[in-house]
Design a protein around this ligand. Structure first.
Ligand code: C5P
Length: 222
């Protein structure tokens, strides 16, 4: 059987990582969460106390960090220069600033090189914003997941509740919309459906339903 490269793009909190992880496991493919790479850089840049709008300063930090994505039972752990940052890259502080870091052309150029290296042998499910358009333009399957902002905020809200903390639904909605706007309007590699991507609106679908649809497309290509 062919080892496919699968690109899954879409706006914030559309369920990309959840379905990407499941699919990668089913096919014994490598799961690559490119958002985690931008988050890891953002975390280190905040820690270094630099101005996140300063492209050279941010790019300099990136050149000094080694980011590893390692599979484990829960999906994946993220290491930066050996430090486990899996949890800390999900804080609001990082989430609400990552789109600034991700705007810089020098940062994106370097991330693109690293992401292509990770995907070089095929058999990958990569999720992000620009995978189908820039990182893996030749991927055998490109999926663009979308859902209404209300639905995405609600999913995050429920997820947070399960983890034991209460969040303000309206604030979540606003933060998600704001991140989508920054990601869609940036100059380099904005969030955009690739010409040849298959769009799936997940608003009224279950996780299993989305996985099933994508796996039907995979089976057609194996
Ligand atoms: O996927 P996740 O929400 O973790 O991504 C965090 C942020 O990283 C996005 O909002 C975006 O600014 C940036 N990103 C990107 N290109 C990617 C993946 C993520 O610009 N391929």
């Amino acid at each position: 059987r062919n080892k496919l490269s699968i690109a899954i793009d879409g706006p914030a909190a559309a369920g990309k990582s959840t379905v990407a992880k499941i699919i990668a496991e089913h096919y014994a493919y490598i799961y690559i969460d490119t958002g985690a790479m931008y988050r890891a850089l953002t975390y280190k840049a905040i820690q270094a106390n630099i101005n996140l709008h300063d492209e050279d300063a941010v790019a300099d930090i990136l050149s000094n960090i080694h980011i590893e994505l390692k599979p484990n039972e829960e999906g994946q752990i993220v290491l930066v220069n050996g430090e486990d940052v899996t949890e800390v890259i999900r804080t609001n502080e990082v989430t609400n600033q990552v789109s600034i870091v991700a705007m810089h052309p020098k940062v994106r150029r370097e991330m693109l090189v690293r992401q292509r290296q990770l995907a070089a042998d095929g058999g990958v499910v990569m999720d992000g914003r620009d995978i189908g358009t820039h990182v893996l333009p030749n991927a055998e399957l490109k999926i663009f997941l979308k859902a209404s902002v209300e639905e995405r905020a609600l999913r995050r809200y429920e997820e947070n509740k399960l983890k034991g903390f209460d969040t303000d639904l309206d604030k979540l909605k606003q933060e998600i919309a704001n991140r989508d706007k920054l990601d869609s309007e940036r100059e380099i590699a904005p969030l955009k459906k690739a010409e040849d991507a298959i769009e799936i609106d997940t608003t009224s679908l279950t996780i299993e339903g989305v996985v099933r649809k994508i796996e039907d497309y995979i089976e057609e290509r194996l």
